[in-house]
Structure formats: structure tokens, C-alpha cells
Design a protein around this ligand. Structure first.
Ligand code: DGL
Length: 264
């Protein structure tokens, strides 16, 4: 048994979609979440900058004695996971592997789309991994950078988000994909808008739901489950917390404590 917290981080609010999924499946675990709201978005930054920011956050979470780190950011998972695993000894889990596995399982016609930030799509990580796991799969990749500020603002439905979604998803609609991987943890906040645009028959894969199994297996292997009976969610942000708190309380299944502003 290990009652230390699970550390989770993202560039902003998006990783809370992962926290939400973790809290539903592992309600006894305490989660420390860092949202790097002062430096969001990561999706238009360089690899070395994303590695530096991620390293700073994990160093901070390590000082809080976390037992495991979840990189609840596809951009950091695509560009920094290898680097981070090489410099820290604590187990670090990214979101891409689980999203790929779930997407492959769900697709019946082997036509999968991946939505992500510009940096994630440029890295080609999803396409490489899908094709390695299931050769012959058609993969359509699309960067949707404006979805991140929409999610950060809580502007997730209505005319403008629908217009932006229609613009980004036009090519995907023509390709006959049956499964779309939401390869950015901000995007599940726009799930309704994305689903309305693509039609209800298209499966949407959410990083949060997908990564839970991986985290559970890792805790099982290390005998790391908490023996407590009601885990807490503590949020830390790198800029003023007010907007973050409003949006977090609007979609998180479990009540998060008020976010605390930190310097990394
Ligand atoms: N939520 C993050 C991701 O999954 C990062 C979005 C951003 O900061 O651009 O990629």
C-alpha cells in the first residue's frame, strides 16, 4: 500500500479530463494536479521548451513526494516522455500509448483520425504507433489549435465552436473514418461539439478514459494502491486560479479544492 499522491500535469485545464477519469475509477487515490496556465499553450512550442517545462513540473511534483506521474498532455507525451523517463526514476505514464490501443480496438473499418495540437501532429507519434500496431490502417491527422483556447475559456458549445469544428473536421468527414482519437486532453471538453459535427456513429477516444487502465496496472504491479478511503484532488496552477476554478467546477465529477498558485 502507498498513500502518497498521484502527480498529474498538463499545460492548463485539459488534463483535468484525465483527473476526472482517474477519480471515477480510483476514488481512494489523492491526486496532485499541476496546470501550467501561465505558459499554455504547449502545442505551438518547440520540443526543447516542452521538455524544459515538463521537467520543471515533475521536479515540483517530486518534491511533493508523488508515487507516480501521469503526463496528462499529449504534446508533452509526444515530445518529452522519453527524455523525462531518462532523467527521473519515478514511474512516468504518458497518454499516447493508451489512446492508440483504444483507437485500434474501437475501429472496425481501419480508418482512424487523430486530432491534436500542432506539435503533436507534427511529431507524427500517433500515426507511427497506429501503423506499427496495425499495418494497413488509414490514419488522417489534423491539428486543431483553436480548440485549446476555447476549452481554457470554457467556450465549448455554440455557433463559434461549431464553425471552428466544421472547419477543422471537414477533411476527416470525407475520409469515412469510424474512430477519432482526441489526441489532446483539452478536446474532450468539446466532445459534444465534435460529435455533432462528425455524427453520432463516429467513435471518439478520450485520453483520460484510455489511460486509467495503464495507471491501474502500474499501481497493481508496484503494490501502490492507497489504503485511504477518500482521495482528494489538489490543483496547482502557475497563474491566477479564478478562471481555472470556475471551469474545473463545471465539469469535474469530484469536487476539486480551490486551486493554489505556485512558482515552479
Ligand atoms: N492538453 C495538451 C495536450 O494534450 C496541451 C494543449 C496545449 O497546451 O496546446 O496536448
Amino acid at each position: 500500500m502507498d498513500n502518497r499522491p498521484i502527480g498529474v500535469f498538463d499545460s492548463g485545464i485539459g488534463g483535468l479530463t484525465v483527473v476526472d477519469a482517474l477519480a471515477k475509477s480510483l476514488p481512494n487515490e489523492t491526486i496532485y494536479y499541476v496546470g501550467d496556465t501561465a505558459r499554455v499553450p504547449y502545442g505551438n512550442k518547440s520540443k526543447s521548451r516542452i521538455q524544459q517545462y515538463s521537467e520543471e513540473i515533475i521536479t515540483w511534483l517530486n518534491k511533493k513526494d508523488c508515487k507516480i506521474i501521469i503526463v496528462a498532455c499529449n504534446t508533452a507525451s509526444a515530445l518529452a516522455l522519453k527524455y523525462l523517463s531518462s532523467i527521473f526514476s519515478i514511474p512516468i505514464i504518458g497518454v499516447i500509448e493508451s489512446g492508440v490501443n483504444r483507437g485500434i480496438l474501437m475501429s472496425k473499418n481501419n480508418r482512424i483520425a487523430v486530432l491534436g495540437t500542432s506539435a503533436t501532429i507534427r511529431s507524427n507519434e500517433y500515426e507511427k504507433r497506429i501503423k506499427a500496431a496495425k499495418p494497413g490502417t488509414l490514419v488522417v491527422s489534423q491539428a486543431c489549435p483553436l480548440f485549446v483556447p476555447l476549452a481554457e475559456e470554457g467556450w465549448i458549445e455554440g455557433k463559434i465552436p461549431m464553425q471552428i469544428a466544421a472547419h477543422y473536421l471537414a477533411k476527416i468527414k470525407q475520409e469515412g473514418v469510424d474512430t477519432v482519437i482526441l489526441g489532446c486532453t483539452h478536446y474532450p471538453l468539446l466532445k459534444r461539439t465534435i460529435s455533432k459535427t462528425l455524427g453520432a456513429k463516429v467513435n471518439l477516444v478520450d485520453s483520460g478514459d484510455a489511460v486509467v487502465k495503464n495507471v491501474t496496472l502500474t499501481l497493481e504491479k508496484t503494490n501502490g494502491f492507497s489504503s485511504g478511503d477518500n482521495g482528494k484532488i489538489k490543483c496547482y496552477v502557475t497563474d491566477a486560479p479564478s478562471l481555472f476554478d470556475d471551469i474545473a467546477s463545471s465539469f469535474c465529477f469530484k469536487k476539486t479544492e480551490q486551486a493554489i498558485q505556485i512558482d515552479l
